[in-house]
Design a protein around this ligand. Structure first.
Ligand SMILES: [Mg+2]
Length: 264
């Protein structure tokens, strides 16, 4: 199976477009709420250490522990589904604090901060005002696919928060659990096309492909070898991030999700 090879041999397109959209930051506001939810956890952990262990650690230091935890987490599960698992990241975060300060959190504390994370996130993450209408319009004329680095469980939560329904707003949603790999791994496109063709029951090698994302670091480079048109939605936390190489640059940049209708 090689979508790449078949595409090179058969560059003709049949008029139908395949639109592959990222989830976080692209279809909804979720990355800033994620950061804010972690900040709530830093504050809560500071209070906990102060109350139970008489330990004064500031939130900046907590943030440092979190950054180290995120780095360790990414290295442990390099471009694999588990690298986005929040429970695992929070566990590594607490482990770092314990190791560095000679303290021990009670067994329920991980559950407590995990709940704080999702309560805060659930109250603040939401789709953009034009997301659902735009997807409905795209569905009329293209194959709409959402491809996310989230695991199944987290993708399910965000799907609900963003009000996205299969069949109405998208045809398939592919999570990192299903694909076994995360963006920006080069094999991401192969896995994605393999799963898509399996579910559709036919080849997509003659389709025009449009890839939509918000993060120049992960959303575009993997899509370029198949000649996809890449569109950046400049929103949420990554709005101010500049591409760091030619590879990371999208073909188009838009301010709103609905603007992609002019390009697709
Ligand atoms: Mg994103």
């Amino acid at each position: 199976m090689s979508f790449l090879k078949r595409r090179e041999k058969n560059p003709k397109v049949d008029g139908e477009t395949l639109v592959i959209l990222d989830l976080d930051g692209t279809l909804g506001y979720s990355l800033i709420p994620e950061e804010e939810a972690f900040r709530k956890i830093f504050e809560l952990t500071c209070r906990k250490l102060n109350r139970n262990c008489d330990l004064e650690i500031g939130t900046e230091k907590m943030e440092q522990f979190y950054k180290e935890a995120k780095k360790t987490h990414y290295e442990l599960h390099y471009l694999k589904p588990k690298r986005h698992n929040k429970r695992l990241r929070l566990k590594i975060f607490l482990d770092k604090i314990q190791e560095n300060n000679g303290v021990r959190f009670d067994s329920g504390f991980l559950d407590e901060i995990y709940k704080v994370y999702w309560d805060y996130f659930g109250a603040h993450a939401k789709s953009y005002p034009d997301t659902c209408k735009t997807l409905e319009k795209l569905m009329e004329k293209s194959i709409v696919v959402i491809a996310t680095n989230n695991e199944d469980e987290e993708a399910e939560i965000k799907k609900k928060l963003f009000g996205l329904e299969a069949g109405k707003h998208y045809k398939y949603m592919f999570t990192s659990d299903r694909l076994g790999v995360c963006k920006p791994a080069p094999e991401f496109i192969e896995e994605l096309m393999g799963c898509l063709e399996k579910d559709l029951g036919h080849s997509v090698s003659n389709k025009r492909v449009v890839v939509v994302g918000d993060d120049p670091r992960v959303d575009f480079a993997w899509a370029k070898p198949i000649g996809a048109v890449t569109i950046r939605v400049k929103k949420d936390l990554n709005a101010s991030r500049e591409p760091s190489s030619e590879e990371e640059k999208p073909d188009f940049t838009v301010d709103n999700v609905s603007d992609i209708l002019d390009i697709v």
